[in-house]
Design a protein around this ligand. Structure first.
Ligand code: F3S
Length: 389
């Protein structure tokens, strides 16, 4: 792979051992994928933040890096294993909290923004069309590639961190125009009525096409919440990192769909997916916000619960940035009075909810996919309005 003088200096250790190690990792990755060169990135999102996922080994690795290195570009963090301020309220143990806060401290030392969200595009890190970035959380990757039209591969935690510290990523995969062409046409012949319907469709399609690129036709309209739900689900049941929707996503007019195989998605497939994702009978808790809730979703929930009292506890997971605006608007208070909580910095999958509940209800197909394995939960999967009703 061609390296500039600057990149060679990094590799040879002129900027210290950590930078050299990070560059080595990127060069190896580039070689595996036959990248011809490195390209600069201007935005990074690092996953592997929860103590539940990375454990003591991850904590030590990050502490070592933090002794020496700082990030070079705007770098945001994925959700942590708990609300970083109100973790006691969540029922998190002192021991878990201590380790989680040490992880956060290491990231802070590196100069990373402690955003703790999988929706960085809603909380202050919004790339532009065709900007090269290195993001790692799969739903954020899908949103950035598909809805914004930025360019990122689905980075692992270490390769995203290496991009943040060096400012470069190998030039391969979804950074290249020719790798962004669709492989299948998805013919949607059912009216999708909520973000949860989009999530269910994403779950079905991800399973069908694995890591390929779909091109949807027949979707009349979709808002940002629908698109984030769709992308998150396809990235969970498959490994879809980019999708196009006719007349909706920005690159849909730039790609060719001639001769592609068609997959039909209709009423039957939608019904079948809802059935498949339900494994529980009665929920202990309802948790919204996978991916992290937008302000609009919190407004919708607050309107639905205002003046009412929930029979079951419910949480809404979001970023700290969105939570603060919700508090300022009085939405937090409405939700609390109804028996709910807005939880920041974490989510139902990366926090240790298995110690607290055994059946969780969600409106996210991604959460429904991961909760049984990661959190030993039985799952109820329904539309937001139905869960609240
Ligand atoms: Fe985000 Fe957690 Fe879902 S990281 S996409 S809310 S599993």
């Amino acid at each position: 792979m061609y390296l500039t003088k600057e990149q060679e200096k990094m590799l040879e250790g002129e900027y210290g051992e950590v930078v050299s190690k990070m560059m080595r990792l990127l060069v190896r990755l580039g070689e595996v994928y036959n990248a011809e060169k490195m390209i600069p990135v201007t935005s990074v999102q690092v996953a592997g933040v929860s103590y539940k996922s990375i454990g003591d080994a991850g904590l030590e690795f990050l502490q070592d890096i933090a002794k020496e290195a700082k990030v070079k570009v705007l770098t945001f963090l994925n959700p942590a294993g708990m609300d970083l301020e109100n973790w006691k309220e969540m029922g998190i143990s002192e021991e878990f909290a201590k380790k989680q806060l040490a992880i956060i401290e290491a990231f802070k030392k590196m100069g990373i923004v402690i955003s703790a969200t999988c929706t960085p595009y809603l909380a202050g890190n919004l790339p532009r069309y065709k900007q090269h970035i290195a993001w790692s959380e799969s739903s954020a990757v899908s949103f950035a590639n598909s809805v914004v039209g930025a360019r990122t591969n689905r980075e692992g935690g270490p390769s995203a961190l290496a991009a943040a510290i060096t400012g470069y990523t190998p030039y391969y995969g979804l950074h290249l125009d020719e790798k962004r062409q669709p492989n299948y046409i998805i013919n949607v012949n059912v009216d999708l009525k909520s973000s949860t319907d989009f999530a269910a469709m994403g779950y079905y399609i991800g399973k069908e096409i694995k890591n390929k690129i779909p091109y949807f036709v027949g979707i009349k309209d979709a808002d940002v919440d629908d698109l984030k739900a769709l992308g998150a689900a396809m990235a969970a049941s498959g490994a879809v990192a980019l999708y196009h929707i006719e007349n909706i996503t920005p690159e849909a007019n730039e790609v060719s769909i001639d001769g592609l195989e068609k997959i039909e998605f209709g009423k039957e497939e939608l019904k079948e997916t809802y059935e498949k994702l339900n494994s529980g009978e009665e929920e202990d808790i309802i948790i919204f916000g996978c991916p992290h809730a937008s302000l609009n979703e919190i407004i919708k929930i607050a309107r639905l619960v205002e003046g009412k009292k929930a029979r079951k506890p419910f949480w809404i997971c979001t970023s700290r940035a969105v939570k603060e605006i919700a508090e300022r608007m009085g939405l937090d208070e409405i939700i609390r009075k109804a028996g709910g909580k807005i939880i920041a910095d974490t989510c139902m999958v990366v926090s240790p909810i298995e110690n607290l509940f055994s059946t969780t209800a969600v409106n996210s197909a991604k959460a429904a996919h991961y909760l049984p394995g990661f959190c030993k939960q039985k799952v109820i999967f329904k539309r937001m309005e139905d869960l609240l009703r």
